[in-house]
Write a protein that binds this ligand. Structure first.
Ligand SMILES: Nc1ncnc2c1ncn2[C@@H]1O[C@H](COP(=O)(O)OP(=O)(O)OP(=O)(O)O)[C@@H](O)[C@H]1O
Length: 292
């Protein structure tokens, strides 16, 4: 498989935050979800990939090219959506397009017109008069209109209503599964990733705390529910976290197969959502305790 993006030991510190040794590798034709709570370091990682901020250490390559040395060549291969999309506020959408399109050798005006219509964007409005959702859609139209190889989307679904969010998810599915493009997408809305992600990276407090194929992660983990009496003290090592009450326990295991051998048959195992997994891992990193 071709590696499209490779991040090796990326580090970046601000006075009260450090991104620590981030490693990531994206294969062509896959969609990777970059998940983490507010302030975890998603945007800092993405801005480092895009050479918008200068890392303290580490190396980033896009299709084998160095992200700093080959900045311009790389930019034409990227479809980018950032939370704080940079547009000229006083320009109409039409004018902005006439300025940006010539910068891309592979600009596809038919794709642009198709998405402008699909997202019902008013081309004669000024950028400053767009709603948040409209701005996001406008940024997406650009990302989708120049035959990019790698799409880097920072919170692309935030501010979009459920209908448009679904539309976007379908578009992303098409570009990955039909056009064999690669997508890295950060999001808080993990239910979107439940539907489409191939790989997941969980970031918390500047560190990757869990990574892998989504299906494998979901297969290894389970929400387990049962009688507290069945929990022997050394079973704690099978859990990422456990909540106990008078009615029984509920926990997340990262070793479902092993736990099934030791807990009674009547114990219930449910497939966790990405959000369940994220919350349990964050809780563990926050308080260090498995039992609560
Ligand atoms: N230019 C900067 N100067 C100082 N601190 C910064 C700067 N940019 C980001 N930070 C800090 O780095 C940390 C990580 O921020 P980042 O934007 O990468 O998080 P995030 O995971 O994208 O969060 P969110 O989901 O809220 O967008 C935060 O504590 C933030 O305050």
């Amino acid at each position: 498989m071709d590696t499209v993006l490779e991040i090796h030991n990326l580090c970046k510190s601000y006075h009260d935050f450090s991104l620590q040794n981030i490693n990531m590798s994206l294969e062509k034709g896959t969609l990777t979800g970059f998940v983490g709570p507010n302030g975890a370091g998603k945007t800092t990682t993405i801005k480092s990939i895009l050479n918008i901020i200068k890392p303290d250490d580490g190396k980033i390559t896009v299709m084998g090219m160095d992200s700093i040395i080959n900045d311009l060549e790389i930019k034409s291969l990227l479809g980018i959506v950032l939370d704080d999309g940079h547009f000229y506020e006083d320009m109409t959408l039409k004018k902005m397009k006439s300025l940006i399109a010539p910068m891309y050798p592979t600009w596809n005006d038919r794709a642009y017109q198709t998405y402008i219509k699909k997202f019902e964007l008013p081309e004669n409005k000024k950028i400053k008069d767009l709603s948040r959702g409209m701005r996001m859609k406008y940024a997406l139209v650009f990302a989708l209109s120049h035959d990019a190889e790698l799409f880097i989307l920072d919170e692309p679904t935030s501010g979009l209503d459920p209908l448009v969010r679904n539309e976007l998810i379908e578009i992303l599915k098409d570009i990955v599964f039909e056009d064999n493009k690669t997508v890295l997408m950060s999001t808080h809305i993990t239910s979107d990733l439940d539907k489409i992600a191939d790989y997941l990276f969980f970031i918390f407090d500047g560190k990757i705390i869990l990574q892998g194929q989504k299906d494998e992660i979901k297969d290894q983990h389970a929400i387990v529910k049962g009688d507290t009496g069945a929990l022997l003290p050394d079973y704690e090592s099978y859990f990422v976290g456990i909540n106990q009450s008078a009615y029984g326990f509920e926990g997340l295991t990262d070793n479902k197969a092993a736990l099934k051998k030791v807990l009674p048959d009547k114990t219930a195992y449910e497939v966790p959502s990405i959000e369940d997994i994220m919350l349990y891992y964050i809780r563990r990193h926050n308080n260090g305790l498995k039992l609560s």
